[in-house]
Design a protein around this ligand. Structure first.
Ligand code: EPU
Length: 419
């Protein structure tokens, strides 16, 4: 058990290299089940969620090996189409194995992933789409049992552009017989990359990055390799941390075009943002203006940046309103920010922030990944020492975050609990 100790009040300055995208790896790795053989993923971050996905694939019979930032996956020895409950219970993205297992082997059993700190997270849209593709789905002991001798292409309209459902259906439809039209699909860059990888494996997909996907099913896919895109949420987190400390930070190995909504908001509140194809420099000389925003599916403002933005707005004199339309209960960070002296009121799914009041360091507890990132930002702008407990949440999605922050001048250390 470890915790972070932060001495607040530092201005972040310098360069930080952005790692590969967690949520891209969590979709790409299960897609390798569609094509038995050796796949290579490059630029893979060392994160506990990635390790959980590797553990799941190994439990199914795949062999996985890290070589630096390369992940080599050999999916030729698959021997099980039932995902262990213990692993799926740890990480919702495990549900991504359902589509490819079903499409490739005609049968799969995956337990319900259950709710999480973000609130209830159903999988009805995944199951709706798979049924439309011809699967028979039954529930047994909280396990989803899906069966189909061969999936058949069809038209599917998602009521909401779910990232996970789009990913599962893309993978399933790639090996289905005939064409699938998927309306109201997610357009997140991680889904685009999944679609690109499926195409590299031999699938044919039109419309990636738009809300309508046209998937031409094929009989067989072949192993391939791909470089994982940079993590846009990590990039957004460092940009906001830089701005919150009135610092100046250059992010390298990033894709500014994936961050349009966040960079636009930063500019609107007074931040100077300059970008090249692969770098972003964020410079802030003043306090931010207050802001009003709502999260939305891509290309809207990401829910995965809502908590960090809320922490940032504590610096803005005046009232800010931040609404989460994707996860109306994703506000566990608020009670912890209040312990640091934040003036925030939650009204339904809107955080009303009265910014401009000083924060004072104390002990806070992480509840989930992005809430942890918000607490780190708050700890850096608070005076005195902030102790953050339960930091295993942050290790799920940020690679060596304290080392990256230390290089930017933050005073943060990871110490065993009890010290
Ligand atoms: N939803 C349903 N039914 C479904 C699927 C989703 O009602 O069958 C609802 C969810 O309950 C939620 C909304 O739709 O209210 C969005 O869910 P979505 O399926 O789009 O999210 P996800 O695939 O479960 C991914 C990311 C999340 C990110 C969301 C939204 C991965 C592995 N996870 O989750 O990332 O918040 O999209 O952008 O890609 C994170 O990285 O911190 C994280 C939570």
């Amino acid at each position: 058990m470890e915790k972070f100790l932060i001495q607040g009040g530092q201005r972040l300055q310098g360069q930080v290299s952005i790692s590969g995208a967690k949520n891209a790896v969590l979709a790409l790795a299960p897609s390798t089940l569609l094509a038995p053989g050796v796949h290579r993923l490059y630029n893979v971050p060392r994160l506990s969620d990635v390790h959980t996905m590797v553990e799941l694939l190994e439990a199914l019979g795949c062999s996985c090996e890290f070589r630096g930032t390369e992940l080599v996956l050999d999916t030729s020895g698959l021997r099980l189409v039932r995902a262990p409950r213990e692993i799926v219970g740890r990480m919702r993205a495990s549900f991504y194995v359902l589509g490819p297992l079903l499409a490739r082997y005609g049968y799969a059993e995956v337990p319900l992933p259950g709710g999480c700190a973000l609130g209830p997270r159903p999988i009805d849209l995944h199951l709706y789409g798979l049924r439309r593709l011809g699967a028979t789905i039954e529930m047994h002991n909280d396990y989803v049992r899906a069966q189909a001798e061969r999936l058949r292409g069809t038209t599917i309209t998602l009521p909401f552009p779910s990232v996970g459902a789009t990913g599962n259906l893309l993978m399933a439809a790639a090996l289905a017989e005939g064409e699938t039209l998927l309306y109201n699909a997610a357009a997140e860059p991680e889904i685009v990359q999944l679609g690109e990888y499926l195409c590299q494996m031999g699938a044919s997909i039109e419309g990636l990055g738009t809300s309508t996907l046209h998937i031409y099913g094929t009989n067989q896919l072949n192993p391939s390799s791909i470089e994982v895109i940079p993590d846009r949420i990590e990039a957004a987190t460092f940009s906001i941390a830089a701005a919150a400390t009135q610092g100046e930070v250059t992010l390298t190995h990033t894709r500014p075009n994936h961050l349009h909504a966040v960079l636009t908001r930063l500019t609107e509140v007074g931040c100077q943002v300059t970008a090249t194809d692969s770098t972003i420099t964020v410079r802030m000389n003043t306090l931010p203006e207050p802001s009003e925003l709502s999260t939305a599916p891509y290309p809207g403002f990401p829910t995965d940046v809502q908590a960090q933005w809320t922490a940032f707005m504590l610096r803005a004199p005046g009232v800010s309103r931040i609404t989460d339309t994707i996860y109306p209960n994703r506000f566990k960070h608020i009670a912890e920010l209040q312990r640091l002296g934040a003036q925030i009121k939650l009204v339904q799914n809107t955080a009303i922030v009265r910014g401009g009041h000083p924060l004072v360091g104390t002990t806070v507890v992480s509840s989930d990944l992005r809430a942890s990132a918000a607490l780190i930002i708050a700890g850096i702008i608070a005076s005195g020492q902030t102790e953050i407990l339960e930091i295993h949440h942050i290790d799920r999605g940020y690679e060596a975050i304290e080392q990256k922050l230390q290089r930017l001048g933050a005073v943060i250390e990871r110490v065993p609990v009890g010290d």
